[in-house]
Design a protein around this ligand. Structure first.
Ligand SMILES: [Zn+2]
Length: 84
């Protein structure tokens, strides 16, 4: 199965996605695969307290980090979540 490369511009969110972003602090936007990577990873839109809304890829055991300032956002995606 082929996966697209992650979007470089902020995707247009549906009304429901915007609501989820507001309620949880992040919203799933899909599986994408970066060039040279072994497989796809889930990507999210989440809000960085310094940089605003950013596209973030899941890291480690399920947390997100801002791609601009690398500030971690400890949302344990899919399990439990909280903001830092
Ligand atoms: Zn940031």
């Amino acid at each position: 199965m082929d996966y697209k490369e992650p979007p470089t511009e902020m995707p247009k969110l549906t009304r429901f996605q915007r609501l989820e972003l507001w309620a949880r602090g992040y919203v799933y936007i899909g599986q994408f695969q970066e060039r040279g990577w072994a497989g796809p990873l889930p990507y999210y839109v989440a809000k960085c307290s310094k940089c605003g809304l950013q596209i973030m890829r899941i890291r480690g055991r399920g947390w997100l980090a801002c791609p601009v300032c690398m500030h971690p956002h400890v949302y344990f995606v899919g399990l439990k979540y909280y903001n830092v």
